[in-house]
Design a protein around this ligand. Structure first.
Ligand code: KIV
Ligand code: ZN
Length: 518
């Protein structure tokens, strides 16, 4: 694809909402997915893979909502090769301005034997049928031979050739288990380019099991791939996918290595996109994460500080402002009204409407009453806490009372409400947080196991808002919830309740339709 006289475009295919959502414990509501999709559009990605419609009704609904309303990027969705899957995939995408069907099937001996229980000849036939059917719906069809890097080369070439004959316009090479090494993955891409004739775009889809996803993706680009499949913050199955922000910045900063290649990403939106995804998924970023981590532009040693003060480029290859890493500014306080609140959110690129906006404003007022001023980071966190909470009725926390200290057994009393019904419970615990969570467990009747707990502060300082993320597991369903407060016990109780509400929703969704995964 050529963008200007001598510039060639690397297509950015974001799969945060599909592969990223397959990370353990992530379960996004349709409203949260829509919020992320809108931010991805603002970021300027070319494709948003919005989900896997046949996996569940929830996925179908989210893909449909994104296809209906998100403007700019092409909306893609994943499909197995079966005709009914492809049709369902298109049904979810039908209202998009532009759409892509992404058809996949496993091609490695191990997957064909143990999972598909199909012969290579049957798999070839499936590819022809599935891609052919997708082409009847749209002329933008991507094909992926799953576990490509462990597929014998001859068979992969045969499968890819068949997919091009059936109408595939993008050939994606998934390193499904993160087995690739940069130079051999690059050789593979170059080999495919040489051997498969036709008018198609080659794409990389690299997982990070050996920590090489970004390096492999870049090696693929160097060898001729013109699409990269990436996730914000490197989310994805197991160790994740190639991180969008790292691939994009490597292409930009090392233009000497990728001459005349460009992407359409507005890099100033990278930090905000990263924060939004982190907040809504409950996956916190490591401090030293490249490009978007809080330490990415922090300098500890005196020599480095001196150098950066004298001339930024002495120790920084990226300008922090160019990726949106700018300090929090004080924006609103307890006297600010709803209008100012909504306007500020708007400036931050957060689109809350109706009930969600009302709920966020109420939370803002509660918190502003306890904290002198709220920064833009605080506001982003408040908004993230509310997105999706008004979608379906859940429990709300009406009362929380805790007693503790080093002399008495910690106790908590809570009152929760759902559909106008109030329920009260009292519990003891190892500490006040434990007691509060136990009381919520009793009051809601949702029996779940706590599998993760993380507390951090939204901004620095003693008066910072506490930001708690809790992971729960119940009957095989893994979810996370987030809570904010000036008080860590209350933030924990809110996070616990948010996660419990997700269990209610996920269980309801899963029972509405049996779920499957790629
Ligand atoms: O990792 C993988 O193989 C995938 C495919 C479905 C493209 O995510
Ligand atoms: Zn994948």
């Amino acid at each position: 694809m050529t963008t200007s006289s001598d510039q060639e475009k690397v297509v950015i295919f974001d799969t945060t909402l599909r592969d990223g959502e397959q990370s353990p414990g992530i379960s996004l509501d349709a409203a949260e997915k829509l919020e992320i999709a809108e931010q991805l559009a603002r970021l300027g990605v070319d494709y948003i893979e919005a989900g896997f419609p046949v996996a569940s009704q929830g996925d179908f609904d989210a893909v449909q909502a994104i296809a209906r309303s998100v403007e700019g990027p092409v909306v893609a969705a994943l499909s197995r090769t079966q005709r009914s899957d492809v049709d369902r995939c298109f049904e979810a995408l039908a209202e998009a301005e532009r759409c892509r069907i992404h058809v996949f099937i496993s091609t490695s001996p191990s997957h064909m034997e143990h999972m598909l229980k199909m012969t290579p000849a049957q798999v070839l036939e499936e590819v022809r049928q599935g891609v052919g059917r997708a082409r009847e719906h749209t002329n933008d069809v991507e094909f992926s031979p799953q576990d490509a890097t462990r597929t014998p080369l001859d068979f992969m070439l045969e499968v890819l050739g068949a997919s091009v004959e059936a109408g595939a316009t993008t050939l994606n090479i998934p390193d499904t288990v993160g087995y690739g090494i940069p130079w051999d993955f690059g050789d593979l891409v170059a080999h495919i380019r040489r051997e498969i004739p036709g008018d198609y775009v080659l794409s990389t889809h690299c997982h990070n099991d050996l920590g090489l996803a970004v390096a492999n993706s870049l090696s693929g680009v160097r060898a001729g791939a013109r699409q990269v499949e990436v996730c914000v913050n490197g989310l994805g199955e197991r160790a994740g996918n190639a991180a969008l922000e790292e691939v994009v910045m490597a292409l930009r900063i090392r233009q000497d290595q990728f001459p005349s290649l460009t992407s359409s990403v507005r890099t100033e939106e990278l930090a905000r996109t990263s924060r939004l995804v982190s907040r809504l998924t409950g996956y916190q970023l490591q401090w030293n994460k490249a490009v978007v981590g809080r330490n990415a532009f922090a300098h500890e040693s005196g020599i480095h500080q001196h150098g950066v003060l004298a001339e930024r480029s002495t120790y920084e290859i990226i300008d922090a402002a160019s990726v949106g890493q700018v300090g929090s500014q004080i924006v609103l306080g307890k006297h600010s009204g709803r209008h100012a609140f909504a306007e500020t959110l708007d400036k931050l690129g957060i689109t809350l409407r109706g009930e969600a906006l009302d709920a966020a404003f109420r939370r803002f007022k509660e918190l502003a009453d306890r904290k002198v001023q709220l920064t833009d980071a605080d506001l982003e966190a408040i908004a993230a806490e509310e997105i999706g909470t008004t979608l379906e009725v859940g429990f709300t926390l009406d009362v929380l009372e805790v007693h503790g200290g080093n002399l008495e057994t910690p106790k908590a009393r809570v009152v929760v409400a759902r559909d106008g019904q109030r329920s009260e419970a009292v519990a003891e615990g190892d500490g006040m947080i434990d007691a509060a969570c136990s009381a919520i467990r009793k009051a809601t009747g949702i029996d779940a196991q706590l599998t993760g707990f993380n507390v951090s502060s939204v901004t620095g300082g003693l008066d910072a808002l506490g930001d708690v993320v809790i992971q729960l597991e119940s009957g095989g369903v893994k979810v996370s919830g987030r809570g904010l407060s000036t008080d860590v016990v209350e933030a924990s109780a809110r996070a616990y309740l948010a996660a419990a509400n997700r269990i209610v929703r996920s269980t309801a969704r899963a029972t509405r339709q049996g779920e499957i995964g790629p």
